[in-house]
Unconditional design. Structure first.
Length: 258
């Protein structure tokens, strides 16, 4: 299904090709050729776990928290045993000294046809993985900025995403450990809620509503799958949507918005 660096990485991880479960929903705005959507989904899956493995080793060692984060993502995706093993192998391929990061990321950008929704979701996952041990190390930040440059994503966009993910991380509860959310009965703090919505406390009510609607549109699971996100990642996208909604409700309540 895939050639090039991504196909080589997937082939090394698998030993054979697979497409089980990598099917999405139709999108009237995209003209898919035969096998195109499965190809994009396979590219996303391959790039996500292999780059995550490479990023985990950026600070010199792969920490237990980073392994837990990868395992939590696999659990969230409800992968079959075969696909779980594939994800693990991809993660390990990414840790290899000769992992062709630049070539893999460049092909990923090409395979997803530069769709910003997919690229942003990919970066959100990588930033979240970098925060697995509670902080963003300089080596990880440098590597993420390099990946952004390869994807033609500005540093401004990276900083915005990093701020949002940091707020998500605080909301999920670092005390609960990587991949384990703390009780959410009280919802996010007001500060985290603003960060999740990517607005400041000085923003107008209209700006808050606009930011909320934009984020909901960007993270809608069905929309992401239709653009090439593997169906197995729908739960993760749905969780992000839920957090965005809770953040919006927190801000609305604090402002007395209708």
């Amino acid at each position: 299904m895939l050639g090039g660096p991504l196909g080589a990485v997937l082939g090394a991880a698998l030993g054979h090709h697979f497409d089980k479960g990598l099917r999405g929903l139709p999108d009237d705005q995209i003209s898919w050729g035969p096998g195109d959507q499965e190809r994009v989904q396979t590219a996303f899956f391959t790039a996500t776990f292999s780059v995550m493995g490479h990023l985990a080793k950026a600070d010199g060692r792969v920490s237990p928290d980073e392994i837990k984060m990868a395992e939590a993502l696999m659990a969230q995706m409800s992968l079959s045993s075969e696909m779980r093993q594939t994800a693990i192998h991809l993660f390990n391929e990414g840790k290899a000294e000769d992992f062709p990061l630049d070539d893999v990321v460049a092909q990923f950008r090409q395979e997803c046809h530069r769709r910003q929704t997919l690229i942003q979701m990919f970066l959100e996952i990588q930033i979240q993985a970098a925060y697995a041990d509670g902080r963003l190390h300089k080596e990880e930040e440098s590597l993420l900025l390099h990946i952004c440059a390869l994807l033609n994503v500005s540093e401004f966009t990276f900083r915005r995403l990093e701020r949002m993910i940091r707020a998500h991380y605080h909301y999920q509860g670092a005390a609960g450990g990587a991949g384990r959310a703390a009780p959410r009965s009280q919802g996010p703090s007001l500060e985290d809620a603003y960060a999740i919505l990517n607005v400041t406390a000085e923003a107008s009510d209209k700006e808050v509503k606009r930011a909320y609607r934009r984020l909901i549109s960007q993270h809608h699971p069905d929309k992401l799958v239709s653009k090439g996100l593997p169906e197995e990642m729908m739960k993760m996208a749905a969780q992000k949507t839920d957090e965005i909604k809770k953040a919006y409700e927190r801000v609305k309540e604090a402002r007395g918005m209708g």
